[in-house]
Ligand binder design. Structure first.
Ligand SMILES: NC(=O)c1ccc[n+]([C@@H]2O[C@H](COP(=O)([O-])OP(=O)(O)OC[C@H]3O[C@@H](n4cnc5c(N)ncnc54)[C@H](OP(=O)(O)O)[C@@H]3O)[C@@H](O)[C@H]2O)c1
Length: 318
């Protein structure tokens, strides 16, 4: 089996590092493509021994399992680009937030019957094999395809299948979750520093506290509220601190954060469905493709804040 990545950014880099560390695939069987060659993630992939190309078609030709790891609104461009190159053997795995299986299948059905599509939502801790991944299976993918994806993703953390309509909520929780944790850790370390701890020690202690708490929860399977109660002695320091968090709306903030990420994911889906992109999102190879389209000049791409270019191919409105 060979694996390809369209998009060589944070997620592709994290997944490749996780897969190779897990030994589930070797770097020389992985090909990644991106229009930019000077990204830190691209040099990281090259150093790991991954085959890198600026051609998305080449990455497609050289892979059996093809991860789509570009921003959601780029997905329609990429599908039009690689659609003619998809063959029976290909399993297309979209990692893009919000983009539905049906929208991907609809695009690919223009090029071939029964494209095998899966959608997954993972997170960057796959880099240390502590990722959280869910996936949903497309209408033409088979049980074996699900098993293959699960084998890959379970090698880099937790992985389970869900109904597709749950994936946006997963994005809000565990997809964006590492960012919430890093922000919390930064603030916790600030608290430690405020109270006199050296920064490095404060960061380490905060991280170890979250790591330990998460492991305790997963190992014990107790309700998090119970574990919290266990460390709140009557009249003690911790319950005083928790009262402070509650007064500041700590729980509501976290609930709102998950909701905000989920809602934004749905907006991204809308943008991808509309096939509208902002000029800033159009990069090199895709920009060339856009500029080749009748009636589109570099000026119009630069000036217009939002261009709906995907509905016009070869000058014909679909
Ligand atoms: N990062 C996360 O924690 C996370 C978690 C779950 C899901 N995801 C999903 O994973 C996807 C990738 O996220 P990311 O964080 O890895 O983003 P990223 O770091 O911005 O990576 C995207 C990569 O795609 C490249 N790219 C842009 N246009 C392209 C094209 N036409 N063909 C090939 N490559 C192209 C980008 O190059 P440029 O830099 O030159 O634009 C960049 O290297 C997104 O859809 C996101 O929703 C991310």
């Amino acid at each position: 089996m060979s694996v390809g990545f369209i998009g060589a950014g944070q997620l592709a880099h994290a997944l490749v590092k996780g897969f190779t560390a897990a030994g589930v695939i070797t770097a020389n069987r992985i090909t990644a493509s991106s229009p930019d060659t000077d990204l830190p993630t691209v040099s990281g992939l090259r150093k790991m021994g991954v085959n890198f190309t600026t051609s998305n078609k080449e990455a497609t030709h050289k892979s059996d399992v093809l991860f789509l790891a570009v921003k959601p609104h780029i997905i329609p461009f990429v599908l039009d680009e690689i659609g003619p190159d998809i063959e029976d053997r290909h399993l297309i795995v979209s990692c893009a937030a919000g983009v539905t299986i049906s929208s991907i299948e609809k695009k690919l059905l223009q090029y071939r019957a029964a494209p095998k599509v899966m959608r997954c939502m993972t997170n960057t801790p796959v880099v240390v094999r502590k990722g959280a991944t869910v996936y949903a299976t497309g209408s033409h993918a088979e049980v074996e395809d699900g098993k293959l994806l699960e084998q890959l993703m379970a090698s880099v953390g937790f992985c389970t299948e869900v109904e597709e309509d749950l994936i946006d909520a997963v994005t809000g929780l565990s997809g964006s979750g590492p960012a919430y944790a890093f922000t919390a850790l930064d603030a916790l370390a600030d608290g430690g520093v405020k109270m006199g701890l050296p920064r490095r020690l404060a960061v380490r202690l905060g991280a170890q506290a979250l790591l330990g708490a998460a492991k305790m929860l997963l190992d014990s399977e107790q309700h998090p509220g119970q574990l919290k109660d266990n460390v709140c002695s009557p009249g003690g320091a911790t319950i005083h601190a928790l009262h402070f968090l509650e007064s500041g709306g700590f729980r509501s903030l976290l609930i709102n954060a998950v909701e905000a990420s989920c809602i934004r994911t749905r907006e991204l889906q809308f943008l991808a469905d509309q096939e509208k992109i902002s000029p800033a999102a159009i990069k090199k190879t895709t920009l060339d493709k856009v500029l080749q389209q009748p009636g589109v000049s570099s000026t119009s791409v630069t000036i217009k804040s939002r261009v709906n270019l995907f509905n016009h191919r070869n000058g014909v409105k679909k």
